[in-house]
Unconditional design. Structure first.
Length: 606
């Protein structure tokens, strides 16, 4: 049942334009062994709006929110209903990527072969391979029942927190009018969206880019505010949500987190394409969420936070920064100082601000020119794909190592260290994921905690046996796979044989978790899944002599790992493994993930 939002502190992100996160695909590689690819371990990397929540010990909640925006800088506006005056700072996109890589669900298919298969005719293989595996002017004034609570600037943003007199005839419209008059583009944000939160006595904090910044300067924001429980006021997102918008949340606390008023989804692992999990994992999660009326989360990982110590900012990086951060050693070589910092921390956010503030560039050069090719800017080179960073002059007129290092610490290093410290500050971390469309966004998910539930591993391993003879190649041979759920799936060649078209549900179980106890099973599909798989297996012979070579065995999926940070899979009986070396495949994403925290009575939700 819906939770009363009175006395709830909510933080909601709203933008007037669409957010998008787009990354390029890199080539996939794998080690060939015995004519097939085996034991591939593939982190599943969903493209999603991402948030890190922490329930702190002092009665506050912290939220680190990744903001993905595509559009004119002048149209960027981000509003968050808050209680009081939150502490505001910035984080780094690198922090999210590192935490995602460390906690991503992986699917590994260990493969062994019985018998000897015929060698494939590689010239006629058809392309398929088997795979296993300071604020702006105007921000200081009130008027129309609006009072400025605080204001400031962090990273590329100016922000202002306002309160609205409850005696105003229409507080929500007064807030919208004030924001518009003070150059916050809230064209697409109607008063009705924020009215319930203002009626609950909350304030509004509004962000916009500073005049010198563009959309490429956007980075995550960290906020800390009084609250009891994290909450996502997802209802506000519906105004601008794409279909099947991904929502990826990490919750830090004393124990395992649960979505107390949403269902808990246990995926049917037989629907995962174990040859290439990245190809359909999101589809399975979307189907599972739809089966729960669009309101359910998959718990992808839950364990002690010590397992991710140093993931965001390592001890080695801390020591390296301590060694670099001595201006006296760089007085005679400005260029080497700049290059050393870029080599060590060039993947972190904030270097654009560092260059803007401390690096005197040649006339006609821009900060982006420098970040693309530092040596090109100072040496007059046109650069190119082989230019690299190159070298810089030992002396740069007007350059101060002290000012440079101070700016690097403020804009680049400290945001990463603070995010690492946030993760380190709590004993337990839970990662949850779902996809949602606008029609699903009718209930704000609230995250509570349960200290009796067990850990959840992100490592999923299945064992496959290929049955060979000289009548078939390894890409054509029949096989049997035993899944972590215990189900046994039969197949032939390099294609995963099961899909939703076979009538299989995406959820093995749908559960309702509570803040105590083991929870309730709402739906259990274990028996129906077993029946459907048994019916399928009856149609697949494991005798290699009975294989129909005219099938589609040559055109299956490639299972090389496809996410940066993928580790090598464990050894199979055939003694080989494959290692992923690519980066996440990108795609356009939804706008405006809304965040929040709730101060409310703990209660059971059925």
């Amino acid at each position: 049942m819906p939770l009363n939002i009175r006395n709830r502190l909510a933080i909601c992100a709203m933008t007037a334009c669409a957010f998008a996160g787009i990354t390029a695909a890199a080539p996939q590689t794998a080690e060939a062994c015995g004519g097939f690819f085996c034991n591939s371990q593939q982190p599943v990397n969903q493209q999603a709006e991402r948030i890190i929540f922490s329930q702190n010990t002092d009665g506050t909640v912290s939220a680190v929110v990744q903001i993905m925006y595509q559009g004119p800088a002048s149209e960027f506006a981000w509003l968050l209903p808050v209680s009081g005056s939150p502490e505001v700072s910035v984080s780094s996109n690198a922090a999210f990527q590192r935490l995602q890589n460390a906690t991503a669900p992986t699917y590994r298919l260990n493969t062994t072969i019985e018998g000897d298969c015929a060698q494939p005719d590689w010239d006629n293989a058809g392309g398929g391979v088997d795979a296993g595996t300071s604020a702006d002017a105007g921000a200081g004034g009130g008027g129309g029942g609006v009072t400025v609570v605080n204001q400031g600037a962090v990273g590329p943003y100016n922000y202002t927190t306002i309160s609205v007199d409850s005696g105003t005839s229409d507080p929500a419209q007064a807030a919208i009018d004030w924001l518009t008059q003070n150059n916050y583009d809230v064209t697409n944000i109607g008063a009705d969206l924020i009215r319930p939160y203002l009626e609950d006595g909350m304030n509004i904090i509004a962000f916009k880019l500073t005049k010198s910044k563009d959309a490429g300067d956007i980075r995550p924001v960290k906020l800390t505010y009084p609250a009891e429980l994290p909450m996502i006021p997802i209802k506000l997102t519906a105004v601008a949500a794409n279909d099947d918008m991904g929502v990826l949340v990490w919750v830090l606390g004393e124990s395992r987190a649960i979505a107390s008023n949403y269902r808990s989804l246990v995926l049917n692992d037989a629907l995962i394409n174990w040859f290439n999990p990245t190809s359909n994992y999101d589809d399975v999660v979307t189907q599972a969420a739809n089966e729960a009326n669009g309101q359910g989360f998959v718990t992808e990982y839950a364990d002690g936070a010590t397992n991710v110590d140093g993931v965001i900012f390592s001890d080695g990086e801390f020591v390296n920064w301590s060694n670099i951060n001595d201006p006296s050693q760089w007085q005679d070589d400005h260029g080497e100082l700049i290059m050393e910092v870029l080599r060590s921390y060039g993947t972190f956010d904030g270097f654009n601000l560092v260059v803007d503030e401390t690096v005197p560039l040649p006339s006609g050069s821009t900060t982006q020119d420098f970040l693309n090719c530092p040596s090109c800017v100072f040496n007059g080179s046109s650069g190119g794909s082989d230019a690299g960073f190159g070298t810089l002059p030992a002396q740069i007129d007007g350059f101060s190592p002290d000012a440079f290092l101070s700016a690097v610490e403020e804009h680049v290093i400290t945001p990463m260290q603070e995010t690492e410290a946030l993760v380190d500050s709590r004993p337990y971390i839970t990662r949850m994921y779902t996809t949602m469309s606008a029609g699903d966004m009718t209930l704000d998910p609230v995250f509570d905690f349960n200290d009796t539930l067990g850990n959840v591993s992100n490592q999923h391993v299945a064992d496959r046996t290929i049955y060979c003879s000289q009548a078939v190649t390894v890409r054509e041979a029949p096989w049997k796979a035993v899944l972590p759920s215990g189900e046994e799936v039969h197949g032939q060649g390099a294609s995963w044989p099961l899909s939703a078209d076979d009538g299989l549900p995406a959820n093995r179980q749908v559960r309702q978790e509570h803040n105590t106890g083991s929870g309730d099973t709402i739906e259990d599909n274990t028996d129906s899944i077993a029946t459907t798989i048994a019916e399928h297996n009856a149609t697949v012979s494991l005798d290699p002599g009975e294989v129909d070579n005219g099938g589609d065995a040559a055109g299956g999926d490639v299972g090389a790992a496809s996410d940066a940070g993928a580790g090598a899979g464990g050894d199979s009986d055939s003694g080989c493994s494959a290692t992923g070396t690519g980066v996440p495949v990108g795609g356009a994403l939804a706008v405006a993930l809304l965040l929040g925290v709730a101060r409310l009575r703990r209660r059971e939700v059925g």
